[in-house]
Design a protein around this ligand. Structure first.
Ligand SMILES: [Zn+2]
Length: 90
């Protein structure tokens, strides 16, 4: 295991509108992200607020935003808005 495991605590939260806007922007900016989300995740429930995490990638200043639920796991599927552009499970 890596030291990234300790970074599972939420960093902040955002409103449902902020979350949706961020994910929509990331999907529009990143080729293939929409297809990845369609394949690997299922739509979120309706919530007023969503957690945001700091990206665990070294030197990446990004934050992780909820994009869906992992298709086969009980976890949130999150997308980094920073330079690494990775997706994670939370
Ligand atoms: Zn990142």
């Amino acid at each position: 295991m890596t030291s990234n495991v300790s970074q599972n605590y939420p960093y902040t939260s955002e409103s449902a509108e902020e979350r949706a806007a961020t994910i929509a922007r990331l999907v529009s900016e990143r080729e293939g992200l929409a297809a990845t989300l369609a394949t690997d995740s299922t739509p979120l429930d309706t919530n007023d607020r969503w957690w945001v995490w700091k990206c665990p990638t070294k030197d990446c200043p990004g934050l992780l935003h909820a994009a869906g639920y992992a298709a086969e796991k009980h976890a949130l599927y999150v997308v980094c808005d920073g330079t690494c552009g990775k997706t994670f499970l939370r």
